[in-house]
Design a protein around this ligand. Structure first.
Ligand code: KG4
Ligand code: ZN
Length: 356
Protein backbone atom coordinates (compact mmCIF):
# COMPACT_ATOMS: atom_id res chain seq x y z
CA UNK A 1 0.00 0.00 0.00
CA UNK A 2 1.26 3.49 -0.86
CA UNK A 3 -0.22 6.55 0.85
CA UNK A 4 0.18 10.28 0.23
CA UNK A 5 -0.04 12.34 3.45
CA UNK A 6 -0.70 16.09 3.59
CA UNK A 7 -0.14 18.28 6.68
CA UNK A 8 -1.24 21.93 6.76
CA UNK A 9 -2.66 22.46 10.26
CA UNK A 10 -0.04 24.82 11.64
CA UNK A 11 2.99 26.57 10.12
CA UNK A 12 4.49 23.95 7.83
CA UNK A 13 3.11 22.93 4.46
CA UNK A 14 4.12 19.28 4.26
CA UNK A 15 3.53 16.22 2.10
CA UNK A 16 5.02 12.74 2.10
CA UNK A 17 4.66 9.38 0.41
CA UNK A 18 4.86 6.36 2.73
CA UNK A 19 4.50 2.63 2.06
CA UNK A 20 3.54 -0.08 4.54
CA UNK A 21 6.65 -2.27 4.18
CA UNK A 22 7.66 -4.61 7.03
CA UNK A 23 11.06 -2.93 7.49
CA UNK A 24 10.54 0.50 9.11
CA UNK A 25 13.68 1.90 7.46
CA UNK A 26 12.18 1.51 3.95
CA UNK A 27 8.75 3.01 4.63
CA UNK A 28 9.27 6.73 3.94
CA UNK A 29 9.62 7.25 0.18
CA UNK A 30 9.61 11.04 0.44
CA UNK A 31 9.02 13.69 3.10
CA UNK A 32 8.84 17.34 2.01
CA UNK A 33 8.38 20.08 4.62
CA UNK A 34 8.11 23.71 3.63
CA UNK A 35 8.33 25.79 6.77
CA UNK A 36 6.68 29.19 7.15
CA UNK A 37 8.86 30.11 10.16
CA UNK A 38 10.51 33.01 8.31
CA UNK A 39 7.13 34.59 7.53
CA UNK A 40 5.90 34.39 11.14
CA UNK A 41 9.21 35.30 12.81
CA UNK A 42 8.67 39.11 12.82
CA UNK A 43 5.48 38.53 14.87
CA UNK A 44 7.04 36.10 17.40
CA UNK A 45 4.22 33.61 16.80
CA UNK A 46 1.92 32.22 14.12
CA UNK A 47 -0.39 34.64 12.31
CA UNK A 48 -3.35 32.47 11.14
CA UNK A 49 -4.16 34.58 8.06
CA UNK A 50 -0.55 34.48 6.83
CA UNK A 51 -0.45 30.72 7.49
CA UNK A 52 -3.64 29.99 5.51
CA UNK A 53 -2.54 32.06 2.50
CA UNK A 54 0.90 30.49 2.49
CA UNK A 55 -0.53 26.93 2.61
CA UNK A 56 -2.79 27.76 -0.33
CA UNK A 57 0.13 29.18 -2.29
CA UNK A 58 2.49 26.25 -1.69
CA UNK A 59 0.42 23.10 -1.21
CA UNK A 60 0.44 22.01 -4.88
CA UNK A 61 4.20 22.39 -5.32
CA UNK A 62 4.87 20.58 -2.02
CA UNK A 63 2.62 17.65 -3.05
CA UNK A 64 4.27 17.49 -6.48
CA UNK A 65 7.73 17.54 -4.87
CA UNK A 66 6.75 14.65 -2.55
CA UNK A 67 5.42 12.63 -5.50
CA UNK A 68 8.51 13.21 -7.63
CA UNK A 69 10.97 12.58 -4.74
CA UNK A 70 9.21 9.24 -4.17
CA UNK A 71 9.25 8.54 -7.92
CA UNK A 72 5.59 7.53 -7.92
CA UNK A 73 2.64 8.73 -9.98
CA UNK A 74 -0.86 9.56 -8.69
CA UNK A 75 -2.01 6.27 -10.27
CA UNK A 76 0.28 4.37 -7.85
CA UNK A 77 -1.44 5.72 -4.73
CA UNK A 78 -3.75 3.46 -2.70
CA UNK A 79 -5.08 6.36 -0.65
CA UNK A 80 -4.62 10.01 0.30
CA UNK A 81 -4.60 11.24 3.89
CA UNK A 82 -4.74 14.80 5.21
CA UNK A 83 -4.80 16.39 8.65
CA UNK A 84 -8.49 17.05 9.35
CA UNK A 85 -7.84 18.91 12.62
CA UNK A 86 -7.21 20.03 15.30
CA UNK A 87 -5.40 23.14 14.12
CA UNK A 88 -5.75 26.50 12.40
CA UNK A 89 -8.86 26.07 10.32
CA UNK A 90 -7.72 27.96 7.20
CA UNK A 91 -4.74 25.67 6.76
CA UNK A 92 -6.70 22.51 7.56
CA UNK A 93 -9.26 23.39 4.86
CA UNK A 94 -6.45 23.77 2.29
CA UNK A 95 -4.99 20.31 3.03
CA UNK A 96 -8.33 18.52 3.30
CA UNK A 97 -9.64 20.05 0.07
CA UNK A 98 -6.46 19.11 -1.83
CA UNK A 99 -6.66 15.51 -0.56
CA UNK A 100 -10.36 15.21 -1.40
CA UNK A 101 -9.65 16.47 -4.94
CA UNK A 102 -6.95 13.83 -5.51
CA UNK A 103 -9.13 11.08 -3.98
CA UNK A 104 -12.07 12.06 -6.20
CA UNK A 105 -10.00 12.36 -9.37
CA UNK A 106 -8.23 9.02 -8.82
CA UNK A 107 -11.12 7.17 -7.19
CA UNK A 108 -9.05 6.20 -4.14
CA UNK A 109 -9.95 6.42 -0.43
CA UNK A 110 -9.63 9.74 1.44
CA UNK A 111 -8.58 9.59 5.09
CA UNK A 112 -9.06 12.50 7.49
CA UNK A 113 -6.39 12.23 10.17
CA UNK A 114 -6.40 13.69 13.66
CA UNK A 115 -3.09 15.61 13.78
CA UNK A 116 -2.45 14.35 17.32
CA UNK A 117 -2.97 10.75 16.19
CA UNK A 118 -0.33 11.46 13.52
CA UNK A 119 2.16 12.41 16.26
CA UNK A 120 0.97 9.53 18.47
CA UNK A 121 1.46 6.82 15.82
CA UNK A 122 4.84 8.07 14.51
CA UNK A 123 6.65 5.70 16.89
CA UNK A 124 5.05 2.77 15.04
CA UNK A 125 6.30 4.17 11.73
CA UNK A 126 9.91 4.24 12.93
CA UNK A 127 10.02 1.39 15.47
CA UNK A 128 8.33 -1.92 16.29
CA UNK A 129 5.97 -0.71 19.02
CA UNK A 130 2.85 -2.68 19.97
CA UNK A 131 -0.33 -1.35 21.59
CA UNK A 132 -0.86 -0.43 24.35
CA UNK A 133 1.85 2.16 25.05
CA UNK A 134 2.18 5.23 27.21
CA UNK A 135 2.48 8.44 25.22
CA UNK A 136 3.78 11.86 26.24
CA UNK A 137 2.53 14.21 23.53
CA UNK A 138 4.30 17.56 23.66
CA UNK A 139 3.77 20.15 20.94
CA UNK A 140 3.03 23.82 20.34
CA UNK A 141 -0.67 23.37 21.09
CA UNK A 142 -0.84 20.27 23.31
CA UNK A 143 0.68 18.65 26.37
CA UNK A 144 -0.91 15.34 27.22
CA UNK A 145 -0.21 11.93 28.71
CA UNK A 146 -2.25 9.20 27.04
CA UNK A 147 -2.54 5.45 26.87
CA UNK A 148 -2.61 4.47 23.20
CA UNK A 149 -4.73 1.30 23.08
CA UNK A 150 -5.16 1.21 19.31
CA UNK A 151 -5.12 3.23 16.10
CA UNK A 152 -8.37 4.93 17.11
CA UNK A 153 -8.48 4.27 20.87
CA UNK A 154 -6.84 6.73 23.26
CA UNK A 155 -7.25 7.21 27.00
CA UNK A 156 -6.11 10.57 28.32
CA UNK A 157 -4.45 10.40 31.74
CA UNK A 158 -3.49 14.05 31.99
CA UNK A 159 -3.29 17.34 30.13
CA UNK A 160 -2.21 20.92 30.69
CA UNK A 161 -4.62 23.11 32.61
CA UNK A 162 -3.30 26.26 30.87
CA UNK A 163 -0.48 26.70 28.31
CA UNK A 164 1.03 23.92 26.19
CA UNK A 165 4.71 23.24 26.81
CA UNK A 166 5.74 24.32 23.29
CA UNK A 167 3.86 27.55 23.86
CA UNK A 168 5.84 28.04 27.11
CA UNK A 169 9.08 27.58 25.13
CA UNK A 170 7.91 30.01 22.43
CA UNK A 171 6.66 32.68 24.86
CA UNK A 172 9.74 32.46 27.09
CA UNK A 173 11.98 32.77 24.03
CA UNK A 174 10.05 35.88 22.99
CA UNK A 175 10.52 37.42 26.48
CA UNK A 176 14.26 36.80 26.12
CA UNK A 177 14.39 38.36 22.65
CA UNK A 178 15.19 35.02 20.98
CA UNK A 179 13.77 33.93 17.62
CA UNK A 180 10.70 31.91 16.65
CA UNK A 181 10.07 28.99 17.10
CA UNK A 182 11.42 29.30 20.61
CA UNK A 183 12.12 25.65 21.45
CA UNK A 184 15.23 25.14 19.33
CA UNK A 185 16.49 28.67 20.24
CA UNK A 186 16.17 27.98 23.98
CA UNK A 187 17.82 24.58 23.59
CA UNK A 188 20.81 26.20 21.81
CA UNK A 189 21.30 28.81 24.58
CA UNK A 190 20.63 26.30 27.38
CA UNK A 191 23.66 24.18 26.44
CA UNK A 192 25.94 27.14 27.25
CA UNK A 193 24.24 28.00 30.57
CA UNK A 194 24.14 26.70 34.15
CA UNK A 195 20.70 25.41 35.26
CA UNK A 196 21.50 26.05 38.97
CA UNK A 197 22.23 29.77 38.70
CA UNK A 198 18.57 30.87 38.55
CA UNK A 199 15.81 29.06 40.41
CA UNK A 200 12.44 28.57 38.72
CA UNK A 201 9.24 26.83 39.96
CA UNK A 202 8.16 23.27 39.10
CA UNK A 203 4.37 23.62 38.66
CA UNK A 204 2.29 20.49 39.48
CA UNK A 205 5.32 18.49 40.62
CA UNK A 206 4.30 15.75 43.09
CA UNK A 207 0.56 16.00 42.40
CA UNK A 208 -1.55 12.84 42.26
CA UNK A 209 -3.11 13.70 38.90
CA UNK A 210 -1.13 13.50 35.66
CA UNK A 211 -1.88 17.12 34.72
CA UNK A 212 0.52 19.91 33.77
CA UNK A 213 0.63 23.67 34.19
CA UNK A 214 3.05 26.10 32.55
CA UNK A 215 1.61 29.58 32.99
CA UNK A 216 3.34 30.03 36.39
CA UNK A 217 6.68 29.06 34.90
CA UNK A 218 6.22 31.57 32.08
CA UNK A 219 5.34 34.30 34.62
CA UNK A 220 8.43 33.39 36.66
CA UNK A 221 10.57 33.79 33.52
CA UNK A 222 8.96 37.19 32.85
CA UNK A 223 9.69 38.34 36.42
CA UNK A 224 13.31 37.14 36.24
CA UNK A 225 13.82 38.93 32.92
CA UNK A 226 12.50 42.18 34.47
CA UNK A 227 14.69 41.76 37.55
CA UNK A 228 17.82 41.03 35.50
CA UNK A 229 17.06 43.80 33.01
CA UNK A 230 17.14 46.35 35.85
CA UNK A 231 20.83 45.60 36.31
CA UNK A 232 21.54 44.96 32.60
CA UNK A 233 20.58 41.58 31.11
CA UNK A 234 23.67 40.12 29.42
CA UNK A 235 24.34 37.08 27.22
CA UNK A 236 25.34 34.96 30.25
CA UNK A 237 21.99 35.72 31.98
CA UNK A 238 20.10 34.59 28.88
CA UNK A 239 22.05 31.34 28.71
CA UNK A 240 21.48 30.64 32.42
CA UNK A 241 17.79 31.48 32.23
CA UNK A 242 17.33 29.20 29.19
CA UNK A 243 19.20 26.45 30.98
CA UNK A 244 17.08 26.83 34.15
CA UNK A 245 13.86 26.99 32.14
CA UNK A 246 14.70 23.85 30.17
CA UNK A 247 15.71 22.02 33.38
CA UNK A 248 12.43 23.02 35.06
CA UNK A 249 10.42 21.75 32.07
CA UNK A 250 12.38 18.48 31.89
CA UNK A 251 11.96 18.01 35.66
CA UNK A 252 8.19 18.55 35.56
CA UNK A 253 7.83 16.32 32.47
CA UNK A 254 9.77 13.54 34.18
CA UNK A 255 7.69 13.83 37.37
CA UNK A 256 4.33 13.78 35.52
CA UNK A 257 5.48 10.93 33.25
CA UNK A 258 6.63 8.91 36.29
CA UNK A 259 3.17 9.29 37.77
CA UNK A 260 1.51 8.29 34.47
CA UNK A 261 3.85 5.27 34.13
CA UNK A 262 2.52 3.98 37.49
CA UNK A 263 -1.07 4.28 36.25
CA UNK A 264 -0.16 2.74 32.88
CA UNK A 265 1.66 -0.23 34.44
CA UNK A 266 -1.19 -0.86 36.87
CA UNK A 267 -3.68 -1.00 33.99
CA UNK A 268 -1.37 -2.74 31.50
CA UNK A 269 1.30 -4.83 33.24
CA UNK A 270 2.29 -6.17 29.80
CA UNK A 271 2.91 -2.65 28.37
CA UNK A 272 6.51 -2.09 27.30
CA UNK A 273 6.97 1.38 25.88
CA UNK A 274 7.01 5.04 26.83
CA UNK A 275 6.75 7.04 23.62
CA UNK A 276 7.44 10.77 23.33
CA UNK A 277 6.05 12.67 20.35
CA UNK A 278 5.34 16.19 19.06
CA UNK A 279 7.66 19.09 18.32
CA UNK A 280 9.02 19.47 21.88
CA UNK A 281 10.12 15.81 21.76
CA UNK A 282 13.00 17.06 19.60
CA UNK A 283 14.52 18.50 22.82
CA UNK A 284 17.51 16.43 23.90
CA UNK A 285 17.44 17.45 27.59
CA UNK A 286 13.82 16.29 27.79
CA UNK A 287 14.70 12.99 26.12
CA UNK A 288 17.51 12.50 28.65
CA UNK A 289 15.23 12.87 31.66
CA UNK A 290 12.53 10.65 30.11
CA UNK A 291 15.16 7.97 29.52
CA UNK A 292 15.61 7.76 33.31
CA UNK A 293 11.86 7.64 33.96
CA UNK A 294 11.44 4.81 31.46
CA UNK A 295 14.29 2.82 32.97
CA UNK A 296 12.88 3.15 36.51
CA UNK A 297 9.40 2.13 35.33
CA UNK A 298 10.64 -0.92 33.41
CA UNK A 299 9.68 0.66 30.08
CA UNK A 300 11.68 1.36 26.93
CA UNK A 301 11.72 4.97 25.74
CA UNK A 302 10.92 5.44 22.06
CA UNK A 303 11.64 8.89 20.65
CA UNK A 304 11.31 9.28 16.87
CA UNK A 305 14.10 11.24 15.11
CA UNK A 306 13.68 15.03 15.64
CA UNK A 307 12.58 15.65 12.01
CA UNK A 308 9.65 13.27 12.54
CA UNK A 309 8.76 14.88 15.90
CA UNK A 310 7.99 18.29 14.42
CA UNK A 311 5.07 18.54 11.97
CA UNK A 312 5.50 16.53 8.77
CA UNK A 313 3.50 14.68 6.12
CA UNK A 314 5.01 11.24 6.81
CA UNK A 315 3.20 10.95 10.15
CA UNK A 316 -0.10 11.76 8.43
CA UNK A 317 0.53 9.25 5.61
CA UNK A 318 1.47 6.59 8.17
CA UNK A 319 -1.66 7.24 10.27
CA UNK A 320 -3.57 6.93 6.97
CA UNK A 321 -2.03 3.50 6.33
CA UNK A 322 -2.83 2.40 9.89
CA UNK A 323 -6.45 3.51 9.52
CA UNK A 324 -6.82 1.99 6.06
CA UNK A 325 -5.60 -1.37 7.39
CA UNK A 326 -8.55 -1.20 9.83
CA UNK A 327 -11.03 -0.12 7.15
CA UNK A 328 -11.34 3.33 8.77
CA UNK A 329 -11.55 5.50 5.65
CA UNK A 330 -13.39 8.85 5.65
CA UNK A 331 -16.34 10.22 3.78
CA UNK A 332 -15.71 12.98 1.21
CA UNK A 333 -18.28 14.99 3.19
CA UNK A 334 -15.85 15.15 6.14
CA UNK A 335 -15.81 18.67 7.63
CA UNK A 336 -12.48 20.00 9.02
CA UNK A 337 -12.43 20.10 12.83
CA UNK A 338 -10.60 23.00 14.55
CA UNK A 339 -10.97 21.04 17.82
CA UNK A 340 -10.71 17.27 17.87
CA UNK A 341 -9.75 15.57 21.16
CA UNK A 342 -8.06 12.16 20.92
CA UNK A 343 -10.06 10.93 23.90
CA UNK A 344 -13.62 12.27 23.58
CA UNK A 345 -14.50 10.80 27.01
CA UNK A 346 -11.88 12.87 28.85
CA UNK A 347 -13.35 15.69 30.92
CA UNK A 348 -12.62 19.30 29.94
CA UNK A 349 -10.01 20.95 32.17
CA UNK A 350 -8.39 24.30 32.64
CA UNK A 351 -8.55 27.69 31.06
CA UNK A 352 -8.58 29.54 27.80
CA UNK A 353 -5.32 28.18 26.40
CA UNK A 354 -6.45 24.53 26.46
CA UNK A 355 -7.29 23.34 22.95
CA UNK A 356 -8.30 19.70 23.52
O1 KG4 B 1 4.43 19.44 16.79
P1 KG4 B 1 4.87 20.79 16.35
O2 KG4 B 1 5.85 20.89 15.20
O3 KG4 B 1 3.63 21.68 15.96
C1 KG4 B 1 2.43 21.60 16.69
O4 KG4 B 1 1.63 20.68 16.38
O5 KG4 B 1 2.29 22.43 17.61
O6 KG4 B 1 5.46 21.54 17.64
C2 KG4 B 1 5.96 22.84 17.56
C3 KG4 B 1 6.51 23.23 18.92
C4 KG4 B 1 6.93 24.68 19.01
O7 KG4 B 1 6.37 25.24 20.19
C5 KG4 B 1 8.45 24.60 19.10
O8 KG4 B 1 9.03 25.67 19.84
C6 KG4 B 1 8.65 23.26 19.79
O9 KG4 B 1 7.67 22.43 19.22
N1 KG4 B 1 9.99 22.70 19.57
C7 KG4 B 1 10.88 22.51 20.55
C8 KG4 B 1 12.07 22.03 19.92
N2 KG4 B 1 11.83 21.94 18.58
C9 KG4 B 1 10.55 22.36 18.38
N3 KG4 B 1 10.81 22.70 21.88
C10 KG4 B 1 11.90 22.41 22.62
N4 KG4 B 1 13.07 21.98 22.10
C11 KG4 B 1 13.21 21.76 20.76
N5 KG4 B 1 14.37 21.33 20.25
ZN1 ZN C 1 2.13 18.96 15.62
Amino acid sequence: MIMLGIETSCDETAAAVVQDSIDPSTRILSNVVQSQHRQHRPFGGIVPEIAARSHLQHVDEVINAAMSDAAVGFGDLDGVAATGGPGLIGGVIVGVTSAKGIALARDIPFLAINHLAGHALTARLTHDVDFPYLLLLVSGGHTQLLIVNGVADYERLGTTVDDAVGEAFDKSAKLLGLGYPGGPEIEKEAIKGDPRKISLPRPMKGRDSCNFSFSGLKTAVRNKVRELRDRGLDERDIENLCSSFQAAVADVMADRSRRAAEVFKRKNPEGQHLVVAGGVAANLALRGSLEKVALQAGLKLIAPPPALCTDNGAMIAWAGLERMAQGLTSDLAFAPRPRWPLDPRAPAVGGAGVKA
